[in-house]
Ligand binder design. Structure first.
Ligand code: 3HC
Length: 309
């Protein structure tokens, strides 16, 4: 092993951070580019289901809060694209990978947001799952990713609370509102659990990602953490857990749950979910319609290059 690889291994062993200019194994670089760029795609595509509800929000306050959340997600996407760029991939290449289907984004966003209670379920469950995952990623070994997570986690907590606040209103509202909240929970529960990825034994990347401390906890560990945290919140709402086998297990100190429908998961990941085509078409249209903004910014930067602004 040469000195460079030795130095890299020492950084990982000592829980230090790998920085953009450090030598790193090409597979470490590629794994980070893959995960970080897909994380960024998820943030940006994730704005679509919520964006559809901006004009239908039931009050000015609800609209303001939802708008603030969506703006945060755009910012999260930009941080993460910038982090991926430090590893040597261009923004254009990442967008091309998204548009060609080569790159993924979180399958949860391929489900439709049908009612206002879905805005609650998405903020509470989707951002709640993202928090569990991202709090862990604050300790990821790649420096820029770790620092980006610290910033993102602060904002994510607001997102989860705004969603849970909607669920509290609905669950304590009229019987129709409570039924709407239960319906949203029923539809988003399992897709939210799938955000943590396949079981560890079926995960293509977890062993490398744990070895290099890209991941600090495995898919199943984080998923279980989320289930254990969220079931009491469902009970507090007076709603039913959409899984009859979800029961506290004194022995393990965790909630048991039914097996997941991985056929459904992979079917959606492969592009056959209810909204896959719509999400990508919308992104492509927005990207092409706003090409002039990128061009103008590029020309302005070129013209003012070197000038003190
Ligand atoms: N949706 C789509 N694809 C998924 C997926 C999901 N929920 N879970 C896993 N996959 C894909 C992986 O990308 C991988 O495919 P690839 O090789 O083409 O990249 C394949 O399934 C095998 O899965 P692995 O478990 O081996 O993959 P990872 O080790 O990358 O683990 C992960 C998956 C846990 C999602 C990990 O990538 C991760 O922690 N990513 C960072 C967090 C993230 O991306 N979260 C997405 C939601 S962001 C969000 O919700 C923002 C909030 O503000 C709304």
């Amino acid at each position: 092993m040469d000195n460079l690889e030795q130095a890299f291994n020492e950084i990982i062993e000592k829980d230090l951070k790998v920085e953009p200019r450090d030598w790193m194994p090409e597979k470490y670089r590629a794994n980070n580019i893959r995960q970080i760029s897909q994380h960024a795609h998820s943030e940006v595509i994730g704005m679509q289901p919520e964006g559809n509800w901006l004009l239908r929000a039931p009050s000015l306050r609800a609209k303001q809060v939802l708008l603030a959340k969506i703006q945060d997600e755009a910012g999260h996407g930009l941080y993460l694209y910038s982090v991926a760029e430090t590893l040597g991939i261009s923004r254009q290449e990442m967008i091309e990978q998204l548009h060609s289907g080569k790159a993924k984004y979180s399958s949860i966003f391929n489900y439709p947001a049908l009612t206002w209670a879905d805005m609650g379920a998405i903020g509470w469950l989707v951002d709640g799952a993202a928090i569990v995952n991202q709090v862990s990623l604050q300790r990821t070994s790649y420096g820029p990713y770790s620092r980006g997570m610290v910033r993102i986690c602060k904002e994510e907590s607001f997102h989860q609370r705004q969603g849970y606040e909607i669920m509290i209103h609905m669950a304590n509202g009229t019987p129709e509102q409570k039924a709407m909240a239960q319906d949203a929970l029923n539809r988003f529960w399992e897709p939210a659990l799938m955000m943590f990825g396949p079981h560890d034994k079926d995960s293509a990347h977890t062993s490398d990602s744990m070895k290099w401390k890209i991941k600090r906890e495995t898919n199943d560990t984080l998923r279980q953490k989320f289930i254990d945290k969220t079931v009491p919140q469902i009970e507090f709402l007076g709603l039913e857990v959409p899984d009859k086998n979800c029961k506290w297990n004194e022995e393990t100190g965790h909630y048991d749950h039914s097996p997941f429908n991985w056929d459904e998961f992979w079917n959606v990941v492969k592009g056959n979910g209810p909204c896959n085509a719509e999400r990508l078409e919308h992104h492509k249209k927005a990207h092409n319609d706003n090409a002039w903004v990128r061009e103008a910014a590029y020309q302005y930067a070129k013209k003012t290059e070197g000038e003190l602004v």
